[in-house]
Design a protein around this ligand. Sequence first.
Ligand SMILES: [Zn+2]
Length: 178
Amino acid sequence: MSSASDTKPCPFCGERIKVTAVKCRFCGEFLNKPLPQALPEDEEDAGYEGETPAARRKQGDGSEQVLMWILPVKRSFFAIMAGYMGLLALLPYAFVFYAIFPSEARRDTLRTVLYLGVGLNLLFGLLGLVLGVGGIVLIMKGAKKGLPRCIVGIVGGMLGAVIYPIVVVNFINRFIGP
Ligand SMILES: [Zn+2]
């Protein structure tokens, strides 16, 4: 016999279980592991909070299980890295501020700094694009999450690998000289 005070809803399946239970007798989840929605990275996935781990497991097929094993995080490594690469690809835009007050003495330094920015942006921007597209492919297969990060990767990648080189090469040709 149990009263309401010595039971609680299982955080994974919602069945009422003993407060002291270590493992849910309905869904078999261990209760001492952190809840999925307790992870700080999850605020952008509010729509998925009602989904139980058991329901999520049922959706997975063999290839997704392999992906989960290779990339052992809910949000794909692709999405996470795409987000970082997209942000890194924006950093060399700061170099343009250096160009606001060009002087004769700084001309060579300025050209070097701007070309360095182009190199960095080609690296980070292309990585952001590739990882962002890869992350979206995983999301469309239902294996992963992290769409906002993929978009940051793709948009940042475009701004970095495509727009920045065009802007900077034009700027150098027009105002600094080859
Ligand atoms: Zn349960």
